[in-house]
Ligand binder design. Sequence first.
Ligand SMILES: C[S@@+](CC[C@H](N)C(=O)[O-])C[C@H]1O[C@@H](n2cnc3c(N)ncnc32)[C@H](O)[C@@H]1O
Length: 508
Amino acid sequence: MMPSEVREVQWSPQWSQLSELIGERMGLYFPRERWDDLQRGLAGAAQEFGFEDATACVDWLTSAPPTKAQLQVLASHLTIGETYFFRDKQTLEALAGNILPELIRARRGHEQRLRIWSAACCSGEEAYSLAILLHQSLPDLRDWQVTITATDINARFLHKAAAGIYGEWSFRDAPAGLKERYFNRTADGRYAIVPEIKKLVTFAYLNLVEDVYPSLATDTNAMDLIFCRNVLMYFTPPQVRKVIGNLRRTLVEGGWLVVSPSESSHALFPQFVAVNFPGAIFYQKSNAPLRAEQRWTPAPLSESAGYVAPATETPLPWAPPVRPAQPSPALPPEDPAPAETSPAPHAVAESFYHQGRYAEAVDTLVASFARHAPDPQAFSLLARALANQGKLADALAWCDRWIAADKLDPAGHYLRAVVLLERGDPEQARSSLQRALYLHPDFVLAHFTSGNLARSRGKTGEADKHFANALRLLRGHEPNDLLPESDGLTAGRLTEFITSMTTMESSP
Ligand SMILES: C[S@@+](CC[C@H](N)C(=O)[O-])C[C@H]1O[C@@H](n2cnc3c(N)ncnc32)[C@H](O)[C@@H]1O
């Protein structure tokens, strides 16, 4: 689009409507002074939608609520796919030299599990950089349950990410030797990430502004580390606050949120403890903020800390709240008093849960069991609140308790399966899912999770069958119907999720 054409646009009220709509549905901030940028992006989207000019396209887009498919096209033209391997070296140095070693030290020998999310991953360079760092930091990686989830709003970027093939430009600030060690040369001179790293990362569509997280169903819960870099800067201020709040709920206690240096701000992260490293600030979730004298003083890093050197095992100068050793909440009495009619404790616990105050939700529920026999809703909320804190052994114990109380409730078996998957026990998870589906063959989420599990075991036919079943069952729902046991996932959203996932796989 020529600059002269940009100036010629007559700004109809629809432009204002569109800028609001884009802010609400995608978070992207296009105030009046950025309408030229909006118009430039719209010109490409208009072509893809079959319009000759952007103005006609704007009228059409604002005439009815846009569909997800339309939003995806808009996203691909309005967002900037600027990313590269080992972006912001100092951030990755702090991660490799300080954060990862401490996380690993705290987990080694008991719960060997790490959960990482690259939110707004673009074409995957960030997620693969994290996978490479983990690979270097964990010589016994295969004995760990490592999850790296990478999501973006832009389906085109996700396709490229899933393919894992990159040109020279993606390596513009990469450490020497990276390409040789972690990539294979393709026939056309590009670089394909080696399978050993590729298989560590799972890509999925997720709109940070509209989609539900944390959610066990979509594996966006109990994260130790979230990288959400160079995206909040494009969002409207209310959406920034909302997204930061949701990301915080997605972290375990002691987990870390990483934004880009230019997005760091004391004002935006008051609920986090800001920890300074040379050239990088990490935000730690802590319900009990550290005192000033407990704050982190980083040790000097070796030159190669960001890339070659496996992290040193120097303990941090404060006790990390990564996995506090707390006793399991007491199990309910064997013969509890008959249930009372007041639903109050459950409502209170649910409210704590939705605020991300999982420990308080657990305490409220457990305290209520002295007077109310736990019902399926209470079991479910309790197990999910524990799982969202990363307390998987406790979550599993409560699922077992639930199943002992009612073997025929498919939801108990389903939740047990999801917890087992997070613990890295696919075999047991599979048998729990089979039980859930035996008891309730139309259990949409059980089909979805079974499909994911089959896919991860390379059983494509079985996975396709489960996804087809889930899609068939979802057609019987209204798009806005909430799916049970899903933390607020709607039927429409799961349909899109499965569809985008299966098309991502089938495309070359
Ligand atoms: C500049 S890239 C950042 C990539 C990477 N995180 C990095 O720092 O190198 C911004 C990404 O944000 C994505 N994005 C924009 N709005 C989004 C939303 N509402 N939800 C999820 N991703 C979004 C874009 O598609 C784009 O891939």
